[in-house]
Write a protein that binds this ligand. Structure first.
Ligand code: CA
Length: 438
C-alpha cells in the first residue's frame, strides 16, 4: 500500500476534452471514475461509463471499437456488462489497466481520437444509474467525534462505550433500499415514543436526518471461513463513493435497544453515481488516525505499519441543504457542515479486515459505509442530530427557516473532493436526495 503514483496522476496532464481541464472541476483526466448510465433519448441498455469533464465515455461502445483489445477478453467483456460487478471482481489491477488505457486515449495527444469521440455522451444527456448490483451493505461508525457526540447526548456520563477503541463498530444494513443520487426519499413511517409519553404511536418520522458518509465498494474474494489480513485489505477495496445514510432519529431512539438500528435506517440509503477508484486517490493517502497517548494500540490483526503510515485518505466532505423555498427563490444550496475522512478513528482497510476477521465472506460489489464523518468542531458535524444537538440548537437557513431535522421538500446534497498542492483535484460529484412527504 505504498503511494502508487504513476503517470496517470501527473497534475500537468491535459485532455483533448477541454471541460476536463477547467480548474476546480470534479472530473479531470487524473480522476476517471466509473459509473453506469443510459442515454435519455435512446432506447438502449445500461452501460458502464467513465466521467471526464462534462462528458461520459461509453466503455461498452469503446470496447466494441477495439479500444481495449490489448487488455484481454476478460476485461473487455467486463466493460460490456450493465453493472460494474464483473470489473470489480477482476480486482484493482484490472481497473488500473483500464484507467491507464483511458488516460492515454483521452490525453491531449491521444491515439484513435475519432473512435474515442464517437464514444462520448454529454453528461447532461444521460441518466446515471446505481453503478453496482450491491449484494450486502454494512455500515460502520468509524468517526470517534461522531460516536462521542451522539454518545454524550444519550449517556452524558459515559459517552464512549469501552469497546469503541478496540472494535470497529458496525451493523448490517439493507442493500435493497440503496438508491442512486437524485432518487426522492419518502419520509418513513414508524413507531415513535415521545420522551414523556407512556406509549408509542405509529406515524411519520418527525426527526428525519441525513448522515454524511463515504462508501467503499469491495472486491471481496475471501472464501467463507477465511480472513483478509490487514496487509491485503487495501487490495480488496475497489473505490469510494458518497453515501447518505438517511436516519429517522425518533424511530431509532425507540427501537435501537437491544439489537441496534433497524427500520430507522433501512428505508433508504443514497449513493453517488460515480465510483472514484483507489488508484485515483493514491496521491491523497495520509497516516491513519493518530491515537493520543493513553488510547490502546489496535489489536495485532488490525495493525500494519503500512496502514498506520498511509491508511487514511484525505477526502474533504461537505453537506449542503436546500429547502423548497430556497429553490423557489433561486438561492444556492447552503453549506451546513464540512469534515474530512482523514479524521476517522479506523481506516477503510481496518474496517475490511475486521469485517472478515471471523471468516465472513465478502463478495465483489459489497458496500461498506464509513459511518457519519464528523470532526472536532461544531462546523464538522456530519448529521443534524449532532449539529442541532438533538434539536436543542436549531440551524437557520438563509431564508430564515429553522431546522432541527429535515422538512418535506428539503434537498440534502453531499459533495467531496481531494485537493493538495502538486496533485490534480479529484472530485466525487454529488449525492442528492429530496425529502418527500410520508
Ligand atoms: Ca450511518
Amino acid at each position: 500500500m505504498t503511494r502508487l503514483v504513476n503517470r496517470t496522476h501527473d497534475a500537468k496532464a491535459r485532455s483533448f476534452i477541454e471541460s476536463a481541464n477547467q480548474p476546480g472541476g470534479d472530473f479531470p483526466i487524473q480522476n476517471l471514475p466509473f459509473g453506469v448510465f443510459r442515454r435519455r433519448a435512446r432506447q438502449e441498455a445500461e452501460r458502464i461509463g467513465v466521467a471526464i469533464g462534462d462528458q461520459v465515455v461509453d466503455l461498452r461502445r469503446a470496447a466494441g471499437h477495439g479500444l481495449f483489445s490489448a487488455l484481454g477478453s476478460e476485461i473487455q467483456s467486463a466493460l460490456a456488462a450493465p453493472v460494474l460487478n464483473p470489473l470489480v471482481a477482476l480486482g484493482r489491477p484490472a481497473a488500473a489497466a483500464v484507467r491507464e488505457r483511458l488516460f492515454d486515449l483521452l490525453a491531449q495527444d491521444g491515439p484513435s481520437r475519432n473512435n474515442v469521440v464517437d464514444c462520448l455522451a454529454p453528461a447532461e444527456s444521460v441518466e446515471l444509474l446505481l453503478p453496482v448490483a450491491i449484494g450486502d451493505y454494512t455500515d460502520f461508525y468509524a468517526s470517534i467525534h461522531h460516536a462521542t457526540n451522539v454518545g454524550s447526548m444519550f449517556r452524558p456520563e459515559n459517552p464512549l462505550l469501552p469497546n469503541y477503541k478496540y472494535v470497529p463498530i458496525g451493523y448490517h444494513g439493507r442493500a435493497s433500499s440503496i438508491v442512486v443520487s437524485g432518487t426522492p426519499i419518502k419520509r418513513p413511517m414508524g413507531q415513535i415514543k415521545g420522551d414523556v409519553a407512556a406509549d408509542p404511536v405509529f406515524g411519520p418520522s418527525r426527526s428525519l436526518d441525513y448522515e454524511s458518509e463515504i462508501g467503499g465498494y469491495l472486491v471481496g474474494g475471501n472464501r467463507q471461513g477465511t480472513e483478509i489480513p490487514i496487509a491485503e485489505a487495501e487490495s480488496r477495496i475497489f473505490g469510494l463513493c458518497l453515501l447518505n445514510d438517511w436516519s429517522a432519529r425518533d424511530i431509532q431512539a425507540w427501537e435501537y435497544q437491544p439489537l441496534g438500528p433497524f427500520l430507522a435506517k433501512n428505508f433508504a440509503t443514497s449513493v453517488s453515481p460515480w465510483v472514484v477508484t483507489m488508484e485515483a486517490l493514491a496521491p491523497f493517502r495520509v497516516p491513519g488516525f493518530d491515537r493520543p497517548a493513553g488510547d490502546p494500540a489496535p489489536l495485532p490483526y488490525l495493525f500494519a505499519e503500512t496502514d498506520r503510515r498511509a491508511g487514511g485518505i484525505a477526502v474533504a466532505t461537505e453537506v449542503y441543504l436546500s429547502s423548497a423555498r430556497m429553490r423557489a427563490e433561486g438561492m444556492a444550496p447552503w453549506r451546513v457542515s464540512h469534515a474530512s475522512l482523514a479524521s476517522m478513528y479506523w481506516t477503510m482497510a481496518q474496517l475490511v479486515t475486521h469485517h472478515a476477521s471471523n471468516g465472513c465472506n465478502l463478495r465483489p460489489g459489497d458496500l461498506i459505509g464509513s459511518g457519519t464523518i464528523s470532526g472536532p468542531e461544531k462546523e464538522n458535524r456530519g448529521c443534524l442530530l449532532e449539529l442541532t444537538w438533538r434539536g436543542a440548537e436549531p440551524v437557520t437557513l438563509p431564508t430564515g427557516e429553522i431546522r432541527r431535522f429535515l422538512a418535506d421538500g428539503d434537498e440534502v446534497i453531499l459533495r467531496a473532493a481531494c485537493e493538495r498542492a502538486g496533485a490534480a483535484r479529484i472530485g466525487f460529484g454529488e449525492c442528492r436526495g429530496v425529502v418527500e412527504p410520508a
